[in-house]
Design a protein around this ligand. Structure first.
Ligand SMILES: NC(=O)c1ccc[n+]([C@@H]2O[C@H](COP(=O)([O-])OP(=O)(O)OC[C@H]3O[C@@H](n4cnc5c(N)ncnc54)[C@H](O)[C@@H]3O)[C@@H](O)[C@H]2O)c1
Length: 350
């Protein structure tokens, strides 16, 4: 059997999730991992057999022959690590967001294309059964022309207390680039990936840099001293086809409970992701439709589908659902919201 020789740059939390799925396959070999933290590799070692370990990813790329690499490092390093892996002859699955900004993302997409290599982005939500249900309904024309989308990724209090998620210089931003990216990518995908033309946005900071030991939180003890990103971001994006989308993303929103959903309004129907529902006129009545059963997205897995799709794309050229280009399109919208926020909420072109 032709086995995919697999490597990892970054061996932290999400790398472990990649390994958990890849370890289920006979046609994937966990060949090597590289991380600057011995501690991180130690934790992986307890759960998975990875043949080689490196403290320098460049040494790994030089010394081991790999077919595919997952880039699972902080956002600041996505571009460098992806381009180096592509140049070493590997196909790459880079975690979300594609990079710190669209300029970097465009270099990654261009490099993959010039070298004839594959580049995937870690957008597991487009593999979620709710998303595939709504995508299919939209493709069948059940919503008609989609004119408006409302996208929400809001945690009441959920600032990550691991990694470097609050460091703007390492992550590029806060909840907008970290979780807004997920909700936005799935909504944009279901909408048929329209071309964005302009955006307005605002960001607000009021809690993350407070002493985290004095504030109640689901994840206690985040690194408040180095917290330089927003707590809440809101934006509105206009598309070439006239559709408009609003996005809200927050780690510390003063709301009743977390919200993770999007809602679409089309000329012939509407839809919500949570709960998964379609609203239409049928048989002369207003009708609400919901699937009688959907697989559980965690156990049956969006993560599994994301990893398996990448492996099958590498080994058998199966069409890839989350391409570098998709990551870049989403990044352009995120950048525009941040850019508009810097300009006091003025509309900016994309
Ligand atoms: N798809 C998802 O649902 C999802 C979930 C979590 C994180 N992520 C993304 O994955 C990335 C990593 O997040 P995480 O939660 O795994 O963070 P993490 O902090 O748990 O892991 C990051 C690892 O990268 C290592 N690292 C840092 N600089 C390095 C370098 N120069 N070379 C090699 N290793 C280096 C760190 O030591 C750490 O072990 C981020 O881009 C994040 O946005 C995606």
């Amino acid at each position: 059997m032709n086995k995919l020789r697999y490597g990892f740059i970054g061996a932290g939390g999400i790398a472990g999730t990649h390994m958990q799925e890849l370890a289920k396959r006979d046609d994937v070999e966990l060949v090597a991992m590289a991380d600057v933290s011995e501690d991180a590799m130690g934790k992986i070692r307890e759960r998975y057999e990875v043949q080689h370990e490196f403290s320098d990813y460049r040494k790994m790329l030089r010394e081991v022959s790999l077919d595919a690499v997952s880039v699972c490092t902080p956002n600041r390093f996505h571009m460098r690590h992806t381009i180096d892996a592509l140049k070493a002859g590997c196909d790459v699955l880079c975690e979300k967001p594609i990079a710190m900004n669209a300029r970097e993302g465009a270099r990654m997409v261009a490099t993959a294309s010039e070298l004839g290599r594959k580049l995937a982005i870690g957008f597991q939500y487009r593999y979620n059964p709710r998303t595939t249900f709504l995508k299919r309904a939209a493709e069948e024309g059940q919503l008609g022309r989609i004119v408006y989308g409302r996208v929400q990724a809001l945690r009441r209090r959920g600032i990550p207390n691991w990694g470097v998620f609050g460091h703007k210089e390492l992550q590029g931003g806060g909840p907008l680039i970290d979780i807004g990216v997920h909700a936005l990518e799935m909504a944009h995908y279901v909408m048929g990936s329209p071309t964005p033309v302009s955006a307005v946005g605002d960001i607000f900071s009021y809690l993350g840099n407070e002493r985290s030991d004095r504030v109640e939180s689901v994840w206690k003890g985040w690194d408040w001293k180095h917290h330089t990103v927003e707590d809440l971001a809101v934006g509105r994006i206009r598309f070439e086809d006239g559709a408009v989308l609003t996005l809200e993303a927050g780690w510390a929103a003063h709301i009743e409970k977390n919200i993770w959903t999007f809602e679409l309004m089309g000329e012939e129907g509407g839809a919500t992701w949570d709960p998964p529902r379609i609203f239409r006129d049928e048989a002369g009545h207003m009708v609400d439709k919901s699937p009688a059963w959907l697989p559980d997205s965690r156990s049956d897995g969006m993560f599994k589908r994301k990893m398996f799709n990448f492996v099958e794309h590498c080994l058998h050229d199966e069409p890839l659902l989350a391409r570098g280009e998709d990551g870049l399109a989403v990044q352009r919208m995120l950048d525009a919201i941040y850019r508009s926020a810097e300009r006091g909420g003025k509309e900016v072109k994309i």
